[in-house]
Design a protein around this ligand. Structure first.
Ligand SMILES: NC(=O)c1ccc[n+]([C@@H]2O[C@H](COP(=O)([O-])OP(=O)(O)OC[C@H]3O[C@@H](n4cnc5c(N)ncnc54)[C@H](O)[C@@H]3O)[C@@H](O)[C@H]2O)c1
Length: 570
């Protein structure tokens, strides 16, 4: 059978991916005409797109967009640059796929943001750029659209290509693939795998599992619905601690029951002591008494302690029940609930018995932070600052600019910052689920000294985040002395940590015990301690050549038994 190439090409992709410019180049090379759906809308309506958005709303704009696409799809010998959100409608995808070849132009958010900053984004996506953390918003919006972009017949990764090269790639794909592709006009009509609802913050794409993390202010009210959407049914066994249960237990049960789950609960005493094999045994007995079956969900409602304990129980009972994390502490929201590490403690050490076990979904109700004790909240900010320092300059700027709003838990900015942190952690976990490639190691920034201090105080004097804050100060000091970390960066870090009320040293802990704990860590892992140091915000480096004398000095400083850095440097 002779096959004909279609005489229409549609370019999809985010603002900044170069759709209009590439459409013009491809059209010129093929002797066709370039069209742009945004231009068609403006010409037909005689109005600007921002005006349509402002006066008639997005829904009306989307109708006009579909009309414009229909008009373009009625022509031949055209290359059509489409609006960034066009792919989300199944009707639009069908219009493009029926007789057209669909190419997505891809780009990393950082690259797109750079191009948008230089050239200005499309009119529909320009509102994205106002307000704080535009890069974060690009990432979030792009992540939501990604499953739809991925449906294209072909994708060109544009990050390292000039426009003519992108155009060549489009033409090459069209020559090679389009005749076969267009034989099925319904090929883009299905719901894409992983399509998210508007609220889903992001997906963790670990090798062993893919799951959504919902981050919303008030998410608990929709807990049952979320479980249903994730394909769960039957019974939901909720595990919590008594502090958290007091605030959120009834609401969680009500939401689950309303969605048709047979919901029941087991409440353990709050505190790390519950994260034990003894408690896990009690939970196994309880699950057996409730006749828990494969397919029944275990819901971990609480901070990191509950998440680890309930996760460990879910991972092992019947060789694994579906796990749903509902983190309620800041630490659990931005760290413990993402990444699939579950464990219980032994008397010898924390987290000694555990597994990698990814949840089925995570439902994060940011409003739960309003009842978290102040010291726990402050401690949680340390992990947030850490993730900004190692991965996201824009987030760091937001933390600096909005510290007062964040500390009083202003809903919008707090939700945005928690969501961004989830995305960051999810990215790293997606790249290195089991800590094999080294990528996940960067998350240990500040953790080397923190572990030593925590162990030296029998995990009593310091909360984890407090120890991490002191550990980051220590890492910055080491970085400076090795010429890795610029002094201005160390000062900036110190200022942001202090603004969140976090300490930089902890008088009262014996530095020799902390050093002994570090040496033990090294002995257990059987290799040199790998220090994560910062060259710049977003640029961590790994070093295993930090001289022991320097480590000793810095640990002494962290324990308040050495002179202040300013005195020494002066
Ligand atoms: N799995 C991982 O990847 C990972 C990562 C980091 C930490 N962890 C583990 O997490 C644990 C620490 O987590 P954590 O700091 O959340 O401790 P936690 O779970 O003990 O919570 C701290 C305290 O806050 C209370 N609480 C939690 N949420 C509340 C809320 N919304 N309102 C009122 N009170 C609330 C708890 O009852 C508890 O008293 C440790 O066991 C640590 O090993 C695990």
């Amino acid at each position: 059978m002779r096959m004909h190439r279609p005489r229409r090409i549609f370019l999809t992709g985010f603002s900044g991916s170069g759709k209009s410019a590439v459409a013009a180049l491809v059209a010129a090379a093929l002797g066709w005409r370039a069209l742009d759906t945004d231009d068609i809308i403006e010409q037909r309506s005689g109005r600007s797109i921002p005006d349509i958005f402002a006066r008639d709303g997005e829904a009306r704009f989307r109708e006009l967009e579909t009309e414009a696409l229909r008009e373009a799809a009625g022509r031949v010998d055209v290359v059509v640059a489409t609006g960034g959100g066009i792919v989300q409608s199944v009707a639009n995808r069908r219009l493009m796929a029926d007789g057209g070849f669909v190419v997505c132009l891809e780009g990393q958010p950082e690259v797109l943001w750079q191009r948008i900053r230089e050239a200005g984004g499309s009119a529909t996506e320009r509102p994205l750029l106002s307000g704080p953390d535009p890069l974060g918003r690009i990432r979030a919006l792009k992540a939501r659209r990604q499953p739809f972009y991925a449906l294209a017949d072909y994708t060109v990764h544009t990050d390292d290509l000039g426009l003519p090269q992108v155009a060549e790639e489009v033409i090459r794909a069209w020559r090679r693939l389009s005749a076969r592709a267009v034989r099925n006009p319904d090929r883009l009509s299905g719901e894409p795998v992983g399509a998210t609802t508007a609220e889903a913050a992001c997906w963790v794409n670990a090798e062993s599992a893919r799951y959504p993390v919902y981050v919303e202010w008030g998410a608990l009210a929709r807990l049952g619905e979320r479980l249903r959407e994730a394909g769960l049914s039957g019974a939901a066994h909720v595990i919590s601690d008594d502090h958290v249960w007091h605030h959120y237990g009834e609401a969680a049960l009500a939401s689950l029951r309303q969605a048709g789950f047979e919901a029941n609960s087991y409440v353990v005493p709050a505190g790390e002591a519950s994260k034990s094999l003894t408690t896990a045994s009690l939970l196994y007995e309880w699950l057996a008494s409730r006749r828990a079956e494969r397919g029944h969900a275990v819901v971990a409602l609480g901070g990191g302690m509950v998440g680890d304990l309930a996760g460990f129980t879910a991972a092992t009972y019947l060789r694994g029940l579906p796990l749903v994390h509902v983190p309620t502490s800041l630490l659990a929201m931005v760290d413990a609930s993402i990444g699939g590490k579950v464990a219980v403690d032994l008397s010898e050490a924390k987290n000694l018995v555990g597994a990698f076990y990814q949840p089925r979904l995570v439902v994060t109700d940011v409003s739960a932070l309003t009842t978290l004790p102040a010291r726990e909240l402050t401690s949680g900010w340390a992990e947030v600052v850490k993730q900004a320092l190692i991965m996201d300059p824009d987030l760091l700027s937001t933390l600096e600019a909005r510290v007062a709003d964040l500390r009083r838990l202003e809903p919008e900015v707090t939700t945005a910052v928690v969501r961004r942190n989830v995305e960051l952690k999810a990215q790293v976990v997606s790249e290195d689920e089991r800590e094999t490639t080294g990528r996940r190691t960067i998350l240990n920034y500040g953790h080397t000294v923190a572990h030593g201090l925590e162990a030296a105080s029998d995990y009593e004097a310091l909360l984890h985040g407090e120890a991490v804050a002191i550990g980051m100060a220590a890492a910055a000091e080491i970085g400076q002395r090795l010429g890795v970390t610029p002094p201005a960066l160390a000062e900036r870090q110190a200022a942001v940590l202090a603004s969140f009320g976090l300490p930089w040293q902890t008088p009262g802990i014996d530095p020799e015990r902390a050093l002994a704990a570090l040496a033990l860590d090294k002995k257990i892992s059987g290799r040199a301690v790998r220090w994560v140091l910062l060259e710049d915000v977003g640029r961590p480096v790994l070093r295993d050549d930090v001289p022991p004398t320097l480590v000793r000095q810095v640990v002494r400083l962290a324990c308040g038994v050495a002179e202040k850095p300013g005195d020494r440097r002066g």
